[in-house]
Design a protein around this ligand. Structure first.
Ligand SMILES: Nc1ncnc2c1ncn2[C@@H]1O[C@H](COP(=O)(O)OP(=O)(O)OP(=O)(O)O)[C@@H](O)[C@H]1O
Ligand SMILES: [Mg+2]
Length: 332
């Protein structure tokens, strides 16, 4: 039995198709990641999987329980750490966990033991009696995660667990997540828009963009499928390069090309053979190459290859989109 199974899951908000016909399965004990930019549909999917939001159509099962018809069993089996912190800043760490334990109906005689256990795990024993308002961003997130573990769920959902944290803190949080994964032997579903996070943490990753899954595979396989090398080229102007590009596509060893204005990204299995040919074609077409570089593929490259754009750590575009959607709703 799968820990998570979805079949043609779809969710629309008015005319915004937030989740578009998504099907995937997550095996027991896997760390599965949803990698996608702002507004891709990560949180919406997660809210459906945690039974907080009803799908427009399609099905989702958690540990075999249908999220729509068996929400109670679903909630007993999951922990859910939301994107935005839900802890009360004016309570201490321990008081927050106590509240969470009561909400989760943990038997009274078990509560203190469970709290000690999770505090130990996320290394907040020393800070447990301080008000959360004095905690750093990383400590708050650790407390959030601890709250999701108290009832020993089989499946843990983490919605962008490290968003907004600096890179060192982010790495620390990954270590905690790995530790939790080993100690509790649980399935973890994590969403992120950080490539490195998906790469470091996940057994398999689904790339999601505009509500659709573009590919699901292990980070390793995704990178290997791109060929061994990435050639990045910047051409001299924005003029039409179409015939030049189609000529480059014909070069042996070139697996795939992405074009973004005058920037070309080539995925090739033998870069050192390809580069001289590129120069040859460019001189035939009278096109000047501003820069050219050869690198190993990263998950970034995989993302570009499947979505046609970069994943940007920049919320401005998304805010506009969200505002737009909000305006539409108000007008409707
Ligand atoms: N309650 C809602 N009403 C209307 N539209 C919504 C609602 N919730 C989400 N959306 C829209 O659905 C799409 C997907 O949003 P979602 O929050 O799932 O994305 P996300 O991948 O979690 O993004 P982020 O990285 O910013 O958290 C967006 O276009 C968003 O504007
Ligand atoms: Mg989100």
């Amino acid at each position: 039995m799968y820990s998570i199974e979805t079949r043609s899951l779809t969710k629309s908000f008015g005319d915004v198709l937030a989740v578009n016909d998504i099907s995937f399965s997550v095996k027991q004990g896997e760390i599965f990641g949803f990698l996608g930019p702002n507004g891709a549909g990560k949180s919406t999917t997660m809210m459906i999987l945690t039974s907080l939001l009803k799908p427009t159509s399609g099905h989702a099962l958690i540990s075999g329980f249908d999220v729509t018809s068996n929400p109670k069993q679903v909630r007993e089996n999951i922990g859910y750490v939301q994107q935005e912190s839900t802890v009360d800043e004016y309570l201490t760490g321990r008081e927050n966990l106590l509240l969470q334990a009561k909400l989760n109906h943990i038997p009274k005689n078990e509560i203190n033991k469970r709290i000690d256990e999770v505090l130990e795990l996320i290394e907040l024993v020393d800070k447990q009696d301080q008000a959360v308002v004095t905690y750093s961003g990383g400590m708050r997130k650790r407390l959030d995660i601890a709250g999701g573990l108290l009832h020993h769920p089989k499946v843990l959902f983490l919605d962008e667990p490290t968003v907004g944290l600096d890179i060192q803190t982010r790495r620390k949080i990954w270590e905690y997540i790995k530790k939790i994964h080993t100690e509790f032997e649980m399935t973890i579903f994590v969403s992120t828009h950080y490539m490195e996070e998906a790469d470091q943490l996940c057994d398999r990753v689904g790339i999601i963009d505009n509500g659709k899954i573009q590919i699901i595979d292990s980070p390793e396989n995704m990178k290997n499928a791109m060929g061994n090398e990435v050639i990045s080229i910047v051409l001299d102007s924005e003029k039409n390069h179409d015939s030049f590009v189609s000529e480059i596509k014909k070069i042996e060893f070139v697996k795939k090309i992405n074009q973004d204005g005058s920037k070309l990204t080539l995925f090739a299995s033998n870069g050192t053979e390809v580069i001289p040919k590129i120069f040859q074609i460019s001189s035939e077409f009278g096109i000047k190459i501003q820069s050219i570089s050869l690198t190993q593929p990263t998950l970034d490259d995989v993302f570009i290859s499947y979505t046609g754009h970069e994943i940007r750590d920049d919320d401005s575009g998304f805010d506009r989109k969200r505002e737009h959607a909000k305006m539409k709703r108000l007008r409707a």
